[in-house]
Design a protein around this ligand. Structure first.
Ligand code: B16
Ligand code: MG
Length: 220
């Protein structure tokens, strides 16, 4: 039987990707003269702030052209703008059905924790008023290798004493699904099943997530 659930934040609990995209788009244009596209945005999902910047630099063919100090300044500028954008988030920004699903898990006494690459996760969880349900959040600074490495999911499961083989992980990004699978967990993808084809189970949208479907697929 399932002993715990670990959740990605962006794309699973709420859609912060649109805010990351807006902040990166402005900063990449102004500071690097790089115009990023929605396709680039896909590569940034689940990736750390610095890894995201490296992807943008690669996309703009500017590898090796910026010092670490310059890159850190750009990343800080992006985060300042991002933080402005998430100030206005409310519980209405919880993705469809997820509030109810988390409550259902709590009613069934399933332990839960958050495995997000974002340093802003605690603030966002608070804005969504989910701190009672999702109060256990991995500090990404404590994790050496970011997604697609399994590390953050392992730390999240450790936090709730859930053995990996009986832990269910939720992700919307292929990098995250790889991490969950490499941790030996049961992976649930949110999104396009042809893109998330490595996941053990996929729901097209959060509105479709069903505990009984997960328990059934896990047991089979
Ligand atoms: P921050 P997740 C990730 O969140 C985002 O998907 C990714 O776009 C972002 O770069 C990363 O968090 C770091 O976020 O700059 O706020 O520390 O999907 O792992 O919940
Ligand atoms: Mg995500």
């Amino acid at each position: 039987t399932i002993t715990g659930f670990v959740f990605d934040l962006d794309g699973v609990i709420t859609d912060t990707a649109k805010f990351h995209y807006q902040a990166w788009k402005e900063v990449a244009q102004e500071k690097l003269d790089i115009t990023i596209t929605p396709a680039v945005n896909e590569l940034l999902k689940g990736r750390s702030r610095m890894d995201s910047l490296e992807e943008i630099i690669k996309f703009g063919h500017q590898e090796g052209q910026h010092t670490l100090a310059e890159k850190e300044a750009i990343a800080t500028e992006k985060n300042d703008r991002y933080k402005q954008l998430i100030q206005t988030m409310t519980p209405a920004d919880i993705l469809p059905g997820m509030g109810e699903f988390l409550q259902e898990l709590a009613d069934h006494h399933y332990p839960m924790s958050v495995a997000s690459a974002s340093f802003n996760a605690p603030f966002i969880i608070k804005r969504l008023k989910l701190e009672d349900l999702l109060g256990k959040i991995v500090d990404p600074a404590s994790v050496k290798h970011g997604k697609p490495a399994p590390d953050i999911f392992e730390v999240a499961a450790d936090q709730i004493d859930s053995p990996y083989a009986t832990t269910v992980g939720f992700e919307d990004a292929t990098a995250g699904i790889s991490g969950i699978n490499d941790a030996g967990m049961f992976s649930v993808g949110i999104g396009d099943p042809t893109i998330l084809d490595e996941a053990d189970l996929v729901f097209a949208s959060t509105a479709d997530v069903s505990l009984s479907a997960i328990e059934q697929a896990f047991a089979s």
